[in-house]
Design a protein. Sequence first.
Length: 428
Amino acid sequence: MIVQFSFSNFKSFKDKTALCFVAPKGTQKYYTHSYRRGNNIFKVAAVYGANASGKSKLFEAFKFMRSVVVPPKKGGKIPMLDYWQTKYDAFKLNTYSVEDNSFFEVVAIIEKTQYRYGFELNNSEFVSEWLFVEGDVEENVFMRDNQKISYKSKYISPAIADNIINANMVSPDASFLVILQTFNDSLAKKVVKWFEDVKVISANNIGASMPISALTQNDPKRSIVAFLKSFDINIEDITPHEMNVDEIPEKIKAMIGEDELKGNVYDGIRAAHKRYNKRYERVDDIWFSLEKDESYGTNRLLSLSWPIIKSLKEGYVIFIDEFDSGIHPIIARFIIELFYREEFSSQLIINTQNTSLLNSKTSNNKKLFGKDQIFLVYKNRYGESSLTSLSEYGLNLHDNLEKLYMEGDFGAIPYIVMDRMNDILQNK
């Protein structure tokens, strides 16, 4: 679970921004996961804002932090520790932020213990890095100041840490946490594994999130098919479409690479539908191409299916950009409600334009969101995005949130310059 994520100087966010999931005292247990010392963490949070306000950039900030801790591996084996440099993007709309450092920190519950991990960096190197663990008091696990490392042997193996430090393996462009994990330090592996399990799903890249590998395994496939059938979209079965490697043109083979051609190669997904005779008796199934023959909404549901199932079953955190894009509001509401019903540590963070969800109720007649679960992103005249919680507006329990939002009481809505549109229409 995420307790709080904070960052600064990244994309459209210049100043420090914090997304906090700590529920205030008195919040109904239905909405939260319990944590020791009476602290409760929200299971679901929603982010609203105008187009180009920074909603997606907020999620990209966490995705960037994840890319630092979970870099891709060259040849599937060697971690590309400086990969983050290709994704780094400081705020560009003033003269000093581009040269300034960026800050990232997450407070998370991992196996019932709270950790606080973060770093400060610029476009080429780490300036500082830290990891703390909460016990009776918060204790430092390690601290980094440029290339200088201090650590506590209570938490990190000296045999591993000293070897790394003495061999000058603390690279300016690599996370010390990731280096520790590479050398199998148990605590570092636990923290890195948590980051690896967090999923950040973009609405603009459905193909990349299609669960092809899961569909090749019986148990995940059964879960995915059941998920789709829950929404009555007339799909009986789905399966990846396997290509004959011998039929792939040589130029395409060269682009794919030899390693990728050693196993099964898939070029899409097929969906089975019932087929009937004249008397509407079912005779067999007919297979369609998911990408070519099915709707955008069906493709989106499939792309979300396995991450949602995994999150609910195994307690993962999932960010979904433009959550209900192509998805009916009733289905969107149902998916959110699944996370409330789950007692494990799963957590859903969404951004959306769907204002109907603000006033929606669950099947047991509870409000879908409380005001502390709703965050608003604004962008000012200087291109700076900022984030605020709806709880700061002094609302009553029964206020019509959708109406207030659409009337501009909270801001975070588009400003339309009608005069400019009139100029276009008049110049025919």
